[in-house]
Design a protein around this ligand. Structure first.
Ligand code: FAD
Ligand code: NAP
Length: 538
């Protein structure tokens, strides 16, 4: 057994969010020594960093929590259908305490580099604290959506007011009372922030580059009956999610949107709009993300809602999403988002008509003049999927770096491993279905697969595992091919890297679905780890 007191572990894990915490538990239970290194001063990952007003999960709490422990399930009760960021952070801290994971976590510490030492068969890992550690396995659980992307605007540093990014938001309360506030970005983070602070601010100005499809969030407190029902049915609920398309326990639609009358379709969309959840509109018909005409029906339904809610026709027009199919950028759910624009102190700047020229000491200069603000919030998203791994100097076999390997876009086998990088695993990496699913179900599947693989290697006396090059190429081709069979590549989304200037344009998440992916991963194992080469212990 490696000597943890000398800094040598079976596994070094990057991150202590949902993925890192479960990795510690799973690997430690299997008898491995583990160190998780976390840059934040707390566990929680996403739910530590994104402490912006209104931050909330838009998958139901019963589906956005661990399913691996019935005991944990008995101990924890969610207060709302959609859990808020503070409650999620509390949950993950509870998990860390409940399973006594903290001794395996080094907080406030960043992994800066990792180099595979061929002679020793070890990963030499460098931390910003200076002390070297090493592990037989190096596991990237640094998050698919964890590296905030600032906007490409000149003069940000010259701004004299308060300036925040939603993805790195202070935990101390920010006072918006009577303030002139700007929010740049209208994805989920921008929608949640704006609707949460609108009552507090003096004036709120939203800078919109691309209009978004936003459905109402139908949140509610969860009562004792809801918890009792959940505890009674959770096994079946989670099992269904594990084999579903999106990692949630809902039935897949079987009908085409084009096979019903306009009236029936309108009624079905209306019902999903009024009563349902994030995936509600998407789960009405089976071809919304595959067929342009079918997609037009749901897009037009939401456009009609916007026209009906927003009083000023010009503002409604600006808020109306066009130019990409519904659902191909992650749709949002928000509280009274479109109605917010009827309020006198809320303003909308269409960046396509009025671009930002630069930030100034007093605010934001657009093509139409300077606007003054006390506070500017960037809700401009993330360098997703490759961002966290790309910020670590990772060197594999023969001195090849991950940055070089991924220069034209990421390459992985099953989203879990990379040829040339033995004993390195990724959780929700490029090529995994994770980012397009209810993430916790995907995370659990990835971690279980990794844990089982490490146990298998120990039992068989195998020192290294790495993906075979052909299998990696075939997997990424398969990821592209599946994506091309859908409407997703038609949007400039973070799924395709389009939100980060210069990033190779490649569809990164696997769209085959959580259940299909699980079957593929299981089949690889049943076939003796098909597509992998093992090295024997020296
Ligand atoms: P993270 O939670 O991102 O944790 C990774 C951790 O690794 C971070 O704390 C980071 O500090 C650390 N790290 C990264 N690099 C290093 C390094 N070099 N050294 C040390 N530490 C490092 N998913 C859903 O399914 N449903 C939702 O409703 C949902 N809402 C979201 C809302 C927001 C605002 C965001 C940003 C994401 C949301 N997601 C949602 C996705 C969410 O990221 C995942 O559900 C999940 O929390 C990911 O867990 P993780 O542990 O894999 O990664
Ligand atoms: P996002 O979806 O990528 O949205 C970023 C927004 O900022 C977009 O409107 C984008 O416009 C705009 N933007 C980016 N750069 C800009 C620039 N230079 N100038 C002007 N506008 C700019 O990011 P996000 O809202 O943080 O969400 C990221 C992901 O995190 C989501 O897709 C989701 O998976 C997850 N999330 C979930 C929730 C939830 O409800 N649970 C909440 C937040 C985040 P363009 O569209 O034109 O690029």
């Amino acid at each position: 057994m490696p000597d943890a007191s000398a800094g040598h572990y079976d596994a070094i894990v990057v991150g202590a969010g949902f993925s890192g915490l479960y990795l510690i538990k799973r690997l430690r239970d299997a008898g491995f020594t583990v160190l998780a290194v976390e840059a934040a001063p707390s566990v929680g990952g996403t739910w530590y960093w994104n402490a912006y007003p209104g931050a909330r999960c838009d998958v139901e709490s019963f589906d956005y929590c661990y399913s691996f422990s019935r005991e944990l399930e008995q101990e924890w009760s969610w207060s709302e259908r959609y859990p808020s960021q503070p409650e999620l952070l509390q949950y993950l801290n509870f998990v860390a305490d409940y399973f006594e994971l903290r001794p395996n976590i080094r907080l406030d510490t960043r992994v800066t580099s990792a180099t595979f030492d061929e002679d020793e068969g070890l990963w030499d890992v460098r931390l910003d604290s200076g002390d070297p550690v090493s592990g037989r396995f190096f596991i990237l659980a640094g998050g698919a959506i964890s590296v905030p992307k600032p906007p490409e605007i000149d003069g940000i540093d010259s701004f004299a007011g308060e300036c925040y990014h939603t993805g790195n938001y202070p935990h101390e309360p920010v006072d918006f009372t009577g303030k002139y506030v700007a929010i740049i970005g209208t994805g989920s983070s921008g929608v949640q922030t704006s609707t949460a602070i609108v009552d507090e601010v003096a004036e709120l100005t939203i800078f919109q580059r691309t209009a978004n499809f936003v459905a109402p969030i139908i949140n509610r407190p969860l009562d004792d009956a809801a918890h009792a029902e959940y505890r009674r049915t959770s096994f079946e609920r989670h099992e269904k999610s594990r084999h579903s398309r999106q990692g949630i326990p809902h039935d897949q639609p079987t009908r085409s949107a084009l096979d019903v009358s306009d009236e029936e379709r309108e009624e079905i969309f209306g019902d999903a709009w009024e009563n349902s959840h994030l995936f509600g509109l998407r789960l009405t018909f089976n071809d919304l993300l595959f067929d342009e005409k079918a997609n037009d029906t749901v897009a037009e339904f939401v456009r009609g809602k916007i026209r009906g809610i927003v009083h000023d026709p010009e503002v409604a027009k600006t808020l109306t999403p066009r130019g990409y199919p519904y659902g191909t950028k992650r749709p949002c759910i928000g509280k009274d988002y479109f109605a917010m624009f009827n309020r006198e102190h809320v303003h909308l700047v269409d960046l396509k008509q009025t671009p930002i020229m630069r930030m100034t000491p007093k605010g934001i200069a657009t093509s139409e003049g300077e606007m003054q603000f006390d506070t500017v919030i960037f809700a401009t998203g993330f360098d997703a999927l490759t961002g966290a791994a790309g910020r670590i100097a990772i060197t594999g076999r023969g001195g090849e770096t991950l940055r070089d390997k991924w220069v034209d876009g990421p390459q992985t086998y099953l989203g879990l491993t990379c040829n040339g990088f033995p004993n390195m695993f990724l959780v929700t990496g490029p090529g995994s279905p994770g980012p397009l699913s209810a993430m916790v179900r995907s995370i659990e599947q990835h971690v279980d697969w990794i844990g089982d693989c490490m146990v298998h290697m120990r039992e068989e006396g195998l020192a290294t595992i790495q993906a075979l090059p052909d299998y990696e190429i075939n997997w990424m081709d398969h990821v592209q091919e599946v994506a091309e069979g859908t409407l997703y590549p038609r949007a400039d989304s973070w799924y395709i890297g389009a939100n980060v200037p210069g990033k190779p344009r490649k569809f990164m998440p696997y769209l085959g679905g959580v259940g299909v992916y699980r079957e593929k991963c299981d089949a690889v194992v049943s076939a003796g780890y098909d597509g992998f080469a093992f090295g024997a212990d020296k």
